[in-house]
Design a protein around this ligand. Structure first.
Ligand code: NAD
Ligand code: TYD
Length: 372
């Protein structure tokens, strides 16, 4: 069996669900259920004996040591993290605690377990650390995409904490020979994405007739990967990645934020057209049409707001290593992935309303009120 941490969050839950459709190998899923962890994401597994959920913290060494001793996993995949840049700007402490201290404790506990394995299981054991392209910092317009040898230049408390965790993982390989793998992936999107991040926020705000807050000039560029492609890349790295190596994962889909928002609006215009008869209640003064569209369009809800402090201008991933070494390539284009994503949110409105709890509303007020 394998042990997954953070498997109730966005990528972790997609990973667990995908894994169990492709394999009968059981998963122990350790998750602290922070605001971002949601057992509803795993509701389809409630009666599935191959999924064992454990509520707890990766920094709880006693708990983790007990799980390792009891279940003897052949691998651990570490998704658990605080993951939102804006929250890291408002309150970095949780990021230091989970992403740095938590990863350190996990490495220590796993090292003790691994040291006690017999030679064969010791050799085949893997610690796969899931990380982000944000550790590399920001690219100028014409700079080549991030390769695995790019210097680390993290710019936000989030990316700095992930960079620290990557360095710890690297050090545990070099110093203690722990068989680690690290993946650095670009921006994911898809089902179960918490609506604090750009794409799900735009979808849920548009459907509620709320403004679509674009930071700064909206020209910041991200590389977007459909979450299930990220999951297939992780499976591939786990199966065949070379110990101690880093693999960048990306979608070859560099797009400015404003283009992403326009695409979401166009899909909603097609799949859930705005009524022609009345204006959205929350912003009654906005005309529903734009100079580009005589018909009502969600684009009319776009509002430019104060930029994120220290906002990275561009991320881009050179994914040639994983493609050439491990034969991995994304299956979805942005056009197919974003259509599936918008449709998923339309089909799962009760999931959306359930995650929009009081805590979510407090965050939205905190983050957007001061942007004007
Ligand atoms: P998420 O915020 O949706 O989920 C994180 C999960 O970790 C939640 O279920 C949460 O409850 C859990 N968790 C948090 N602290 C914990 C702790 N101390 N112990 C145990 N569980 C804890 O994040 P995500 O978007 O699914 O990201 C997963 C991983 O992938 C993160 O490490 C992130 O840095 C990385 N990543 C994310 C993206 C992206 O676009 N979302 C891109 C590249 C890499
Ligand atoms: P986000 O989804 O938070 O991911 P990350 O910061 O990790 O890339 O943001 C993606 C981009 O969208 C980023 O450039 C910030 C921008 N953005 C907005 O313009 N408006 C928003 O309300 C949010 C949440 C993000």
């Amino acid at each position: 069996m394998i042990l997954v941490t953070g498997g109730a969050g966005f990528i972790g839950a997609n990973f667990v669900l995908d894994w169990l459709t492709q394999s009968d190998e059981a998963i122990v899923n350790l998750d602290a259920l922070t605001y971002a962890g949601n057992l509803q994401n795993l509701a389809s597994l409630t009666a599935d004996p191959r999924h064992i959920f454990v509520h707890g913290d990766i920094a709880d060494s006693t708990l983790v040591a007990g799980l390792l001793a009891q279940h003897q996993p052949r691998a651990l995949i570490n998704f658990a993290a605080e993951s939102h840049v804006d929250r890291s700007i408002h309150g970095p402490e949780d990021f230091i605690q989970t992403n740095i201290v938590g990863t350190f404790r996990l490495l220590e506990t796993v090292r003790a377990y691994w040291n006690g394995l017999n030679d064969e299981t010791k050799q085949s054991f893997r610690f796969l650390h899931v990380s982000t392209d944000e550790v590399y910092g920001s690219l100028a317009k014409d700079e080549p995409a991030f390769s695995e040898t790019r210097r680390y230049e993290p710019n936000s408390p989030y990316s700095a904490s992930k960079a620290a965790s990557d360095h710890l993982v690297r050090a545990y390989h070099h110093t203690y020979s722990l068989p680690v793998l690290t993946t650095n992936c670009s921006n994911n999107y898809g089902p179960y994405h918490f609506p604090e991040k750009l794409i799900p926020l735009m979808i849920v705000n548009a459907l509620a007739g709320k403004s679509l807050p674009v930071y700064g000039d909206g020209q910041q560029i991200r590389d977007w990967l459909y979450v299930k492609d990220h999951c297939s890349a992780i499976r591939r790295v786990l199966a065949a990645g070379r110990v101690g190596e880093v693999y960048n994962i990306g979608g070859c889909n560099e797009k400015p934020n404003i283009e992403i928002v326009h695409t979401v609006c166009a899909l909603l215009d097609e799949l859930r057209p705005l009524p022609t008869s009345h204006l959205p209640l929350t912003i009654p003064h906005l005309p529903l049409t734009t100079p580009h569209s005589p018909l009502p369009t969600y684009r009319s809800l776009i509002t430019y707001v104060t930029d994120r402090p220290g906002h990275d201008r561009r991320y881009a991933i050179d994914a040639s290593k994983i493609e050439h070494e491990l034969g991995w390539k994304p299956a979805e284009t942005f056009a197919t992935g974003i259509r599936k994503t918008v449709q998923w949110y339309l089909d799962n409105q009760s999931w959306v309303s359930n995650v929009q709890s009081g805590a979510y509303r407090t965050w939205v007020e905190k983050n957007y009120q001061e942007r004007g």
